[in-house]
Design a protein. Structure first.
Length: 357
């Protein structure tokens, strides 16, 4: 079988230059010699599907970069199989230009690595090779949703800041779960690291947590979480590409397309439930504080809308949840206005006009 494989490979190599060749093989146990004539047309018919599959990632790379084939200056062929006339023709058809094939395709990657090493060591100063992060990086937020901080294909080095806050009252810590991937939910992405930032117990939404993602030229990710009120911070350093093969990156990207509709639906439902929960908590607190400020009919309407939203929150239709939220906001308007007026009255009581203008 090894002899068959080697002869098949050599036949493919010969057909890259010749239109016809003969594959020969010495059969085991002295059972004569096998010979068969093969043509380039036969080879191309056998490999056409494989060649076409390689064009898909080319189109995806163009789409991710926001470029058209006409905007590509040069196409460099890499790997021995790019010597096949069929490969070169299909590349030319896609990009509309003859591919650059003067260099040995078996040595192109090594030459590129040598050029990059020279750039990094300071030998070459008029050239810059930019790398990109292959997958999005972010953190897990309430409800198990991934919030992307650095998007896939961002040129590195790169740095981005995002502001986050707490979801429940009296929270004394924030768990920072760093994720990598293209899916909407944290459970479907790759976990890179976790750490915890302590925060003072305050009402939900009051703390301001600034999360900074920094990726250096070596692909090392540094994540810093800082409480903007106290100045307390916590950080961690990880290498996102460690232990991740090209095939795994490709699979993760393919899954993001394959499950896109389901992921978006799941995320919308989680976000609707979280928003509904926050509105229910706020409304209940407002009723305790200000029910004496509004008419009994307004109290009853608010409680009815509150009950309807509480029931809808456990459903599976995010649009129904959003509709009940809108109903509650409308019903609670008199309560909201009354609380605001009461707060302003108390704040201005006993003060002169000159003191508040």
């Amino acid at each position: 079988m090894q002899a068959v494989r080697l002869e098949a490979e050599q036949t493919k190599v010969r057909l890259s230059d010749a239109m016809k060749t003969t594959a020969t093989l010495d059969l085991p146990e002295g059972k004569e010699r096998y010979a068969r004539d093969l043509t380039r047309e036969q080879l191309e018919s056998l490999t056409m599907n494989l060649v076409e599959r390689t064009l898909g990632p080319c189109r995806l790379a163009l789409k991710d970069a926001g470029l058209t084939p006409s905007e590509i200056d040069e196409v460099v062929l890499v790997g021995g199989s790019t010597r096949m006339p069929l490969v070169r023709q299909r590349v030319q058809d896609l990009f509309g230009k003859v591919p650059h094939c003067e260099l040995n395709p078996d040595e192109v990657v090594a030459l590129g690595a040598a050029v990059q090493a020279d750039i990094l060591s300071g030998g070459t100063t008029d050239m810059l090779l930019l790398d990109v992060t292959p997958l999005s990086l972010g953190i897990e937020t309430m409800g198990g949703v991934m919030s992307s901080v650095i998007r896939r294909n961002t040129t590195i080095p790169a740095g981005t800041k995002e502001m986050f806050t707490t979801y429940v009252d009296g929270q004394t810590g924030v768990d920072i779960h760093i994720l990598q991937g293209e899916r909407e939910l944290a459970k479907d992405n790759r976990s890179l690291a976790r750490f915890r930032l302590k925060v003072p117990p305050l009402p939900a939404g009051v703390p301001r947590i600034e999360v900074t993602f920094l990726i250096d030229a070596n692909g090392i990710l540094n994540v810093l979480a800082k409480d903007m009120r106290t100045g307390q911070s916590q950080s961690i350093e990880v290498k996102p590409s460690y232990g991740l093969s090209d095939s795994e990156v490709e699979r993760m990207i393919e899954d993001s397309f394959k499950f896109a509709a389901d992921d978006v639906s799941a995320r919308k439902l989680i976000e609707a439930r979280l928003d509904a929960g926050a509105l229910i908590t706020t409304t209940e607190k407002s009723l305790l504080e200000g029910s004496h400020l509004i008419a009994s009919d307004d109290i009853a309407a608010t409680r009815t809308a509150l009950t309807a939203l509480t029931a809808a929150k456990d459903g599976t239709d995010p649009r129904a949840i959003r509709a009940r939220m809108a109903d509650l906001e409308q019903a609670a308007k008199p309560l909201t206005v009354a609380l605001l007026n009461d707060s302003l009255t108390k704040g201005l009581q006993g003060k002169k006009v000159s003191e508040v203008t």
